[in-house]
Design a protein around this ligand. Structure first.
Ligand SMILES: Nc1ncnc2c1ncn2[C@H]1C[C@H](O)[C@@H](COP(=O)(O)OP(=O)(O)OP(=O)(O)O)O1
Ligand SMILES: Nc1nc2c(ncn2[C@@H]2O[C@H](COP(=O)(O)OP(=O)(O)O)[C@@H](O)[C@H]2O)c(=O)[nH]1
Length: 223
């Protein structure tokens, strides 16, 4: 078993289950789940330059410019040089992938390939706790009490860009930006694609792949 630090990325369209799969991997293998969306949300209101810049984009549901997110992610990765990590939401463009290449060598890229109809259904049933980024789904993982976050009891909200009218355009945009990123990782032989409509069915394959690189701290069924 390799002892070097694992550098992994999970790619997939909005609603594909990146956050859900990353949480399971983080728990099962004891590695850090680093979500670019989460870092951006945390940077807002902190008085910093990155936060002020990012806010203008997030308010409008837009991707932030490459240099803003790259600077933020590089700073976070620098703090975690001695840890295994897994990226969720970054890189999202070829420019970001090239910047990431400048600071590390990726071992593994997991791509979640989920049918469009499934994505639409999931996003319209997604509810989030804005402060923490915790995500619920009214069918798949509902909160204990309807409409409120399990840990804080604060209200859950539906994101504007999860409305069905906004989803198709969002998915198209994702595809255009992600295609060259996937091609890059495929050409390098580190891309592993998983297709299906249910995270629970994809999970055992993801677990097996990860187990070949890093020892698990929890068995597959205890994610
Ligand atoms: N790598 C990135 N490049 C540019 N903008 C980003 C990046 N990551 C996140 N953002 C911005 C734009 C996103 O709309 C916002 C929130 O990100 P995130 O929580 O990952 O949700 P998302 O819009 O990607 O939807 P989803 O969780 O459905 O994939 O942050
Ligand atoms: N019905 C159903 N919902 C799922 C499944 N996997 C994840 N979800 C939900 O689908 C939504 C999108 O998942 P998320 O992990 O946020 O995806 P991301 O946008 O790629 O990070 C969330 O509400 C999840 O709880 C699944 O297998 N079935």
């Amino acid at each position: 078993m390799a002892s070097k630090l694992l550098r992994a990325v999970v790619l997939g369209p909005p609603g594909s289950g990146k956050g859900t799969v990353c949480e399971r991997i983080a728990r099962s293998f004891g590695l850090q789940h680093l979500s670019s969306g989460q870092f951006l949300r945390e940077s807002l209101g902190g008085g910093g330059e990155a936060g002020a810049l990012a806010q203008q984009y997030l308010e409008r549901g837009l991707l932030v410019p490459d240099h803003v997110i790259t600077r933020l992610m590089v700073a976070e990765l620098e703090k975690r040089r001695e840890q295994h990590w897994l990226l969720d939401g970054f890189p999202r463009t070829l420019g970001q992938a090239e910047a990431l290449d400048g600071i590390c060598q990726l071992d593994l890229v997991i791509s979640l390939n989920i049918p469009f109809e499934t994505l639409k259904d999931r996003l319209s049933a997604r509810w989030v706790h804005p402060a923490s980024g915790r995500v619920y789904n009214m069918d798949f993982n509902p909160p204990h009490t309807q409409g409120v976050d399990d840990l804080t009891g604060e209200p859950l909200v539906q994101r504007e860009d999860d409305r069905p009218e906004a989803v198709a355009a969002r998915l198209r945009k994702y595809k255009d930006a992600a295609k060259p990123v996937m091609e890059l990782y495929k050409s390098r032989g580190i891309l592993h694609s998983f297709s299906g409509t249910e995270t629970n069915k994809i999970w055992p394959y993801v677990y097996t792949l990860l187990s070949s690189r890093i020892p698990p701290v929890l068995p597959e069924e205890e994610h």
